[in-house]
Design a protein around this ligand. Structure first.
Ligand code: SF4
Ligand code: SF4
Length: 297
């Protein structure tokens, strides 16, 4: 846990290491800014040295001349094949925000079976982030980054709020959209205190994308099928929504390694065969529903 928080902190500082930006409120616009970082980190954050992959994808498809973001797709594939959702658990600055807020010592809302269908909302967000800008172009002749504009809480927290703090005139010019984004952020910040990573679990399109590749990524969590006795303890202990350690919901936090009775779970070493894992476990799903796991503690 400590090791993971340290890696998250280093990753967050590296992604937002533009010190002059934090002192003046001016964005960094040097050569690094064309490179996407793996996690959700707003381009408009005064400290941001790189670009957000979700924002870059949408901005390529925005404006009067939308372009297919081949470069961003290539980077997203590279990150996905290297890390899968380990990005979410270990590298994403917005994941760190959620982890920190969830450490506040107040009663927690335990993981329940009714929460699981909410993970499907991420598909709507993926459609909005992936195709929304182009659909807006088809409808109105100009592409708009709809996910950034209407949903992304990282944009509000890391971009709009610090910039408004530096330039009060921006706050004075804030309209309905800013207040909407502020409300979305406020609701999520409160939810983060009581529910483990609500944005990652129910809204984040980037996490959904990386989850597709968890099975093939070089890094991640893996289950040795020859040792697994399908007891379901990993699903119960998982603070996310994994039905078996290492599945598409897994962010490689490592919590399940401590509860597996047969030591079947391990962090994948480079080169571990994907054949030692399988994508679903009927017995584990049943146990998960019955126990309504204790995630988020
Ligand atoms: S905790 Fe998970 S991986 Fe370990 S034996 Fe039980 S079902 Fe298998
Ligand atoms: S508890 Fe296990 S399955 Fe759940 S996110 Fe952490 S490493 Fe993945």
């Amino acid at each position: 846990m400590v090791r993971r928080v340290l890696v998250q902190a280093v990753s967050t500082v590296l992604a937002n290491g533009n010190l002059p930006g934090w002192l003046t409120g001016r964005l960094y616009r040097g050569p690094l800014k064309v490179v996407c970082v793996p996690g959700l980190n707003c381009y408009s954050c005064p400290g941001a040295l790189g670009a957000c992959p979700v924002g870059s994808w949408q901005s390529s498809m925005s404006g009067v001349l939308p372009k297919f973001p081949l470069y961003v797709l290539g980077l997203l594939l590279l990150f996905a094949l290297a890390f899968g959702r380990t990005v979410c658990g270990w590298l994403c600055p917005f994941g760190l925000v959620q982890d920190v807020l969830h450490r506040l010592p107040v009663p927690k809302l335990r993981k329940r079976s009714w929460m699981r269908p909410l993970t499907r909302v991420r598909w709507v967000m993926l459609a909005l982030a992936g195709a929304g800008a182009y659909l807006a172009y088809l409808a109105a002749g100009i592409g708009k980054p709809l996910f950034c504009a209407y949903v992304c809480p990282a944009g509000m927290l890391e971009g709009a709020l610090p910039l408004m703090a530096f330039r009060p005139e921006m706050f004075a010019a804030a309209g309905k959209l800013t207040f909407w984004k502020g409300a979305v952020l406020a609701v999520l910040l409160v939810a983060m205190v009581f529910v483990y990573r609500p944005f990652c679990r129910f809204l984040c399109p980037l996490g959904l994308w990386y989850g597709f590749w968890n099975r093939f990524a070089l890094l991640g969590v893996t289950v040795d099928e020859t040792k697994c006795v399908h007891c379901g303890r990993c699903a119960s202990a998982c603070p996310m929504d994994a039905e078996l350690a290492g599945d598409a919901h897994c962010i490689s936090c490592g919590r399940c390694l401590e509860v597996c009775p047969t030591a079947a779970i391990s962090f994948r070493r480079l080169g571990t065969s994907v054949l030692t894992r399988r994508s679903s476990c009927r017995y584990t799903q049943n146990v998960n529903q019955e126990t309504e796991g204790n995630g988020g503690e």
